[in-house]
Design a protein around this ligand. Structure first.
Ligand code: GLU
Length: 366
């Protein structure tokens, strides 16, 4: 199973004004156990801002207040150092991935982020993802995501996660405001996020940037991308294990559609280029009947101009539309490597974006 664990500031600091290594190590222990059971886990970690405020704060001259970006930059390195050390005790290698909205909204950024995260998971690392706060400052240009709830949903979509677990400091989504009403109950399962559910979520806010409303928005994005979502209390021992293995605790939101359907919609819905790739009959059969990736060796010609990361049409030798897919190479590169075995890509281009012209996960047969 592919799991994304999203950790809010309140969990990482255990409610204090600095990173709490004990709380972090409890998370590490659970991630290590999940990995031992064969699951791949990526972490979306907040806490940079809090760690930076704590670290840099005492070195500042009185009255001087730097921007949020400065705090986040100081804190991010401290945050990663802490994760790195804690995972290293367990012989697990971590990798830092910093993303902005821009990286996810353009095709190429999306493809690069997806390929990198996949590579990192396949290589056995735990990717630790945060927003690149140092550069993602412009909310007007919509360059910033702003909170890690949404970021975690985008990451779940990027890696085709089976499950997104949002670990927060409340037990889940309540049917009423738990501060105002002692009889408020956690809703165990929500199949559809409607107006009544949004009303129930209104108001509740924690020390991080996100409240329940941003969590619901994120849950909706992830559910429609084909991931199950659980919002649960990260302060409970084993909350992550209970959510991932037993689907217990918190509020559970089952995926609203299959990952395949959602991917197909995404690939077909954004056909941007007028380019086309024609394949030989062997490749046509491999794509059609065996669900393979398209390799440069099977390409007989390339027409039109397209960039790496754009959707292109794939045609069979008779010119019939066979599939649409997202190309790993631009049209000029493909024209140079067509017909070649994949181990020759590097020799021909001087670099390689991988063996496939179009990975099968990024291909929709028509
Ligand atoms: N990126 C911010 C941080 O690392 C967190 C944003 C959030 O808590 O949602 O501090």
């Amino acid at each position: 199973m592919h799991i994304v664990a999203k950790l809010g500031t309140s969990i990482l600091t255990a409610g204090s004004d600095r990173l709490d290594l004990e709380a972090m190590s409890r998370v590490v222990g659970q991630v290590v156990r999940l990995r031992a059971q064969g699951h791949q886990v990526a972490i979306v970690s907040s806490g940079a801002l809090a760690a930076g405020r704590h670290r840099l704060g005492r070195h500042l001259r009185p009255g001087y207040e730097p921007g949020r970006q400065a705090f986040a930059s100081v804190g991010q390195s401290h945050l990663m150092q802490s994760w790195d050390e804690l995972f290293d005790w367990n012989d697990v290698v971590v990798a830092q991935v910093l993303l902005t909205r821009r990286d996810l909204s353009d095709r190429l950024g999306y493809l690069n982020a997806r390929n990198t995260l996949r590579d990192l998971l396949d290589a056995g690392t735990v990717p630790i993802i945060n927003e690149n706060d140092a550069v993602a400052l412009d909310e007007l240009l919509a360059a910033r995501i702003g909170e890690n709830d949404s970021l975690s949903a985008y990451v779940a979509n990027l890696i085709d996660a089976d499950l997104l677990v949002m670990l927060t400091d409340v037990d889940g989504l309540y049917d009423r405001d738990p501060h105002g009403d002692p009889d408020a109950q956690v809703i165990p399962r929500i199949d559809r996020i409607d107006r009544a559910i949004e009303m129930a979520a209104g108001g509740a806010r924690g020390p991080g940037t996100g409240g329940m409303i941003t969590k619901l928005t994120a849950a909706r994005i992830a559910m429609h991308g084909g991931s199950d979502v659980i919002i649960t209390n990260g302060r409970e021992p084993n909350a992550l294990i209970n959510a991932a293995i037993h689907r217990q605790g918190g509020t559970y939101f089952p995926a609203a559609e299959s990952r395949l359907e959602s991917r197909k919609r995404w690939i077909l819905g954004s056909m941007t280029s007028s380019g086309a790739i024609t394949v030989d009959s062997g490749a046509a059969t491999a794509l059609r009947r065996q669900g393979r990736s398209l390799l440069p060796a099977g390409i007989s010609s390339v027409s039109g101009a397209f960039d790496r990361g754009e959707s292109v049409e794939v045609r069979d030798p008779l010119g019939e539309r066979l599939a649409v897919g997202i190309s790993n190479y631009n049209s000029t590169e493909l024209a140079r490597i067509r017909g070649l075995r994949s181990d020759r890509i590097g020799d021909e281009l001087g670099y390689s974006y991988g063996d496939e012209a179009i990975h099968r996960d990024n291909l929709v047969l028509l």
